[in-house]
Design a protein around this ligand. Structure first.
Ligand SMILES: Cc1cc2nc3c(=O)[nH]c(=O)nc-3n(C[C@H](O)[C@H](O)[C@H](O)COP(=O)(O)OP(=O)(O)OC[C@H]3O[C@@H](n4cnc5c(N)ncnc54)[C@H](O)[C@@H]3O)c2cc1C
Length: 495
């Protein structure tokens, strides 16, 4: 991926077939789907790829045991199918993860045991392994830090686990191989219209300020929680369709859950699911579901959300994690589609596709797990809408870039200077890494795994990036300052 060559394409291509706004899971998946059908495709992301919700998930590729509880069979079936496809097409970033549901009440074992058998059945041939009932001893063998008092046993089941931002980059690289043009740090600042119909977008290069008019036969809005802002660009009278809901995660050391089994608590006091999942040699704890009124690219965990997770996970572990055990914390916003009078935890995780009178196509909602299917659905509609060449979708069988290669380090703390230099060079040359934040937050996952270590590494990373990108001292200083300011949101206050 080469940003300068992509910018050149904006000048060279007279009209694209499909223009996608938003470089998260949905937008990148859509770009890959469209390009692999032979359509001339361009995508614009206002910040970095996956800077939004798509780098802030619980990192599960799952059918969603909770949606089964809610009776949303269609969503679970679809997600389980997609889980199986993703395991095949991105084995470098998605793996089979064992989960234990601990049972502290007599009825939980038969209840969750039966539920998870149904979950297995629904996955069919794409299942990841049979669920089974566990004795108390077996449960403690798999999850030795579970509180043994009153523990009756557990249920073991399997789901998928992944690295979200790395998968986003892998999808972007695959889309590039299919000849898509992808630009990060390129906000869409307006929509082009001819006789009330959308015929392209106005974009601006964040770094140079230069503006471009980009023509396209169809425009797709895949902006997650920013969906309504984009729809308002099209129709000033548009009324919001998104109820943003914040979810946070806390990251702690492996000692709180040694081994390779995750814990799933199906029902907290207020009806939420709570996870403790091993991820890159750390444990991710989460999540919450807090309705928020304003959307931001950099949402911040609320004090009560932090307390909620620590308090609830503490009930299930023999050693309670405290605030100063938290190595990093991160917040993301779910783009939930509005349904009157429902609490956010009960709102549908299904996706929605809307075609406006102007021709603007909006796709929103859904989950990371179902990004491929969402992309297939929206490109089918776009082809129909704009009368584009009818080629069928091939992404079910398409291997994602890097599937046969070793994966890059998620934490950089163990790298020596030469290794770090090589990692930076690769990110800058091949992955459109533009800032210190891009490198420490999404090309590696240092910021999410250990925020203090990320801050310590920032100046060395800035210097090495400057050498690679031919930048001066002012750039280095600015990058370090920007990163340190941002990292404060990831460092628990008592540290
Ligand atoms: C706490 C939490 C946990 C989750 N856990 C899971 C999980 O474990 N598994 C799972 O399957 N799903 C999970 N999800 C859901 C999943 O993360 C989201 O459904 C998915 O990431 C949404 O992707 P998106 O591309 O629609 O949105 P985003 O990732 O937010 O992407 C939208 C992009 O549009 C860009 N944009 C906005 N306006 C403009 C503009 N004017 N010009 C250019 N670009 C613009 C934004 O910068 C942003 O990058 C979770 C969600 C949350 C919040």
């Amino acid at each position: 991926m080469n940003r300068s060559l992509f910018i050149q394409k904006l000048e060279d291509v007279n009209e694209f077939d499909i223009c996608i706004i938003g470089g998260g899971a949905t937008g990148l998946g859509t770009a890959l789907d469209a390009a692999s059908r032979g359509l001339k495709t361009v995508l614009f992301e206002q910040y970095d790829f996956a800077k939004g919700t798509s780098s802030r998930s619980t990192k599960l590729v799952h059918g969603g045991v909770r949606y089964l509880q809610q009776g949303n069979i269609k969503l679970v079936m679809e997600a389980l199918r997609e889980r199986g496809l993703l395991m095949k097409n991105a084995p470098h970033l998605v793996h089979n993860q064992k989960f234990v549901v601990p049972n502290y009440k007599w009825w939980e074992k038969p209840f969750y045991g039966i539920g998870l058998k149904i979950y297995d059945k629904m996955a069919g041939k794409l299942g990841l392994g049979a669920s089974r009932l566990l004795s108390k001893e077996e449960t403690l063998q798999l999850a030795p830090t579970l509180d043994p008092e009153d523990l009756k046993g557990g249920v073991l089941y399997h789901d998928g686990q992944f690295d979200d931002a790395r998968l986003a980059i892998s999808i972007a690289q695959t889309a590039t191989e299919q000849r898509a043009t992808l630009l990060n740090y390129f906000p869409v600042i307006g929509l082009l219209k001819m006789q009330q119909k959308i015929c392209g977008v106005w974009v601006k290069d964040f770094f140079t300020g230069k503006e471009y008019e980009v023509k396209s036969k169809v425009v797709i809005n895949a902006t997650g929680v920013f969906t309504d802002a984009l729809m308002r660009m099209d129709d000033i009278k548009h009324e919001n369709i998104i109820n943003p809901s914040q979810g946070i995660h806390l990251v702690v050391d492996k000692e709180f859950l040694p081994g390779d089994t995750a814990i799933m608590i199906p029902r907290t006091d207020d009806g939420r699911v709570l996870f403790a999942v091993p991820w890159h040699d750390k444990i991710v704890l989460g999540t919450t579901d807090t309705a928020v009124s304003a959307v931001s690219a950099e949402p911040v965990p609320l004090q009560e959300e932090i307390e909620f997770i620590l308090k609830h996970i503490g009930r299930y572990l023999s050693k309670d994690p405290q605030l100063n055990d938290v190595r990093s914390m991160f917040a993301g916003l779910r783009p939930l589609v509005k349904t009157k009078g429902k609490k956010t935890a009960a709102l549908s995780r299904d996706h929605l596709i809307n075609v406006a009178d102007s021709g603007l196509i909006t796709i929103t909602g859904g989950k990371w797990t179902t990004y491929r299917k969402m992309a297939e659905d929206v490109v089918d509609i776009a082809i129909e809408q704009a009368g584009l060449q009818q080629n069928s979708c091939i992404t079910k069988e398409l291997k994602l870039n890097g599937y046969d290669k070793p994966v890059a380090a998620a934490e950089i703390t163990s790298l020596n200077n030469e290794e770090l230099k090589a990692a930076i060079k690769k990110s800058v040359e091949k992955e459109m890494c533009m800032t210190v934040e891009d490198f420490l937050s999404r090309r590696t996952r240092q910021l999410l795994l250990n925020a203090n270590e990320a801050v310590k590494a920032a100046s060395q990373v800035a210097k090495l990036m400057a050498e690679e990108m031919n930048k001066d001292e002012i750039w280095i200083k600015e990058q370090i300052n920007n990163f340190n300011a941002l990292a404060k949101n990831y460092q628990p206050k008592s540290n």
